[in-house]
Design a protein around this ligand. Structure first.
Ligand code: AP5
Length: 218
C-alpha cells in the first residue's frame, strides 16, 4: 500500500506516520527528516537546503524530487511506503506520478489531515525534539517523563529552529499557497480521504486506521 500523508505544518503527520508504519509495516519516507539529516551531516544537499528550511520556504523541487525518487527506486523491504511531507506542490505531485508509473507503481491513498491554523500553531510552539534520536514530544500534549529529556535515549530536547513563531507563520502561508492545491488534485484522482487533524493523537490514529484497514482489503 502506497500512501501520502497530506496536511499543514503541525497536523501530526510525523506522529501518525511513526505508529502507522509500525502497525502496517510500510516504509516511512519523510522529506523533512531526510533534509534535516542532510543538514546535520553537512552534505552538499544539506548545505543547499538549510537556508530554505530555516526561512520556512520550500526547498527547490529539483533537490527534493531527486531525493524522493531515488529513495523509491531503491525499493524497500516493506509492502509499500508512507510519504510524509511530499509532495508539497503540483510539480512534485506530477513528478511523483511519473516516477511511480515508470516502476509500475501507483499511489493507493492520500490521507488529508484537515487541521485548523490555531491547532497547528499551538502544536508547533510546544513541540520538543530530541537532539540525538529525533523523537518528538509536546510540552503539554505529549510531555516527556522528565521535562527537557528524551524518554527514548535520555538526550536533551529542544525546539526546532523552524518552529519560531515568525517561521511558523511563513510555513502556514506556504502551505496555503502551494500545498493546499493538492487536495483538489487528489480528489480528482479519486484517492483523497479526509480526517480531522484537530483530534488528539489516539482519536486521529483510530480514524486513519479505518482507512488503512479498508484499503488493505481492496
Ligand atoms: P517537515 O518536517 O515535513 O515539516 P511540516 O510539513 O511543516 O510538518 P511538521 O514536521 O512541522 O509537522 P507534522 O505534521 O509532522 O506534526 P508532528 O507530528 O511533528 O518539513 C520541514 C521543512 O523541510 C519545510 O518547511 C521545507 O523547508 C522542507 N521540506 C520538507 N519537505 C519538502 C518538500 N516536499 N518540498 C520542499 N521542501 C520540503 O506534530 C507536531 C507537534 O504536535 C508535536 O509536538 C507532537 O507531539 C504534537 N502532536 C502531534 N499530533 C498531535 C495530536 N493529534 N494532538 C495533540 N498534539 C499532537
Amino acid at each position: 500500500m502506497n500512501v501520502v500523508l497530506l496536511g499543514p505544518p503541525g497536523a501530526g503527520k510525523g506522529t501518525q506516520a511513526k505508529v502507522l508504519c509500525e502497525e502496517f509495516k510500510v516504509a516511512h519516507i519523510s522529506t523533512g527528516d531526510m533534509l534535516r539529516e542532510a543538514v546535520a551531516r553537512g552534505t552538499e544537499m544539506g548545505k543547499k537546503a538549510k537556508a530554505y528550511m530555516e526561512r520556512g520556504d520550500l526547498v527547490p523541487d529539483k533537490i527534493v524530487v531527486g531525493m524522493v525518487t531515488e529513495r523509491i527506486s531503491r525499493g524497500t523491504d516493506s509492502p509499500g511506503f508512507l510519504l510524509d511531507g511530499f509532495p508539497r506542490n503540483k510539480k512534485q505531485a506530477a513528478e511523483l506520478d511519473e516516477a511511480l508509473g515508470k516502476e509500475n507503481k501507483k499511489l493507493d491513498m492520500v490521507l488529508y489531515l484537515k487541521t485548523s491554523p490555531q491547532v497547528s500553531i499551538e502544536r508547533l510552539s510546544g513541540r520538543r525534539v530530541c537532539v540525538k534520536c529525533g523523537a518528538n514530544f509536546h510540552a503539554k500534549n505529549m510531555p516527556p517523563r522528565e521535562a527537557g529529556i528524551c524518554d527514548d535515549c535520555g538526550e536533551k530536547l529542544i525546539s526546532r529552529v523552524d518552529d519560531e513563531p515568525e517561521t511558523v507563520k511563513k510555513r502556514l502561508l506556504v502551505y496555503e499557497d502551494e500545498t493546499k492545491t493538492l487536495i483538489q488534485y487528489y480528489k480528482t484522482m479519486g484517492i483523497l480521504k479526509e480526517v480531522s487533524g484537530d483530534l488528539n493523537v489516539g482519536e486521529l490514529f483510530r480514524d486513519i486506521k479505518k482507512f488503512f484497514q479498508l484499503e488493505s482489503l481492496t
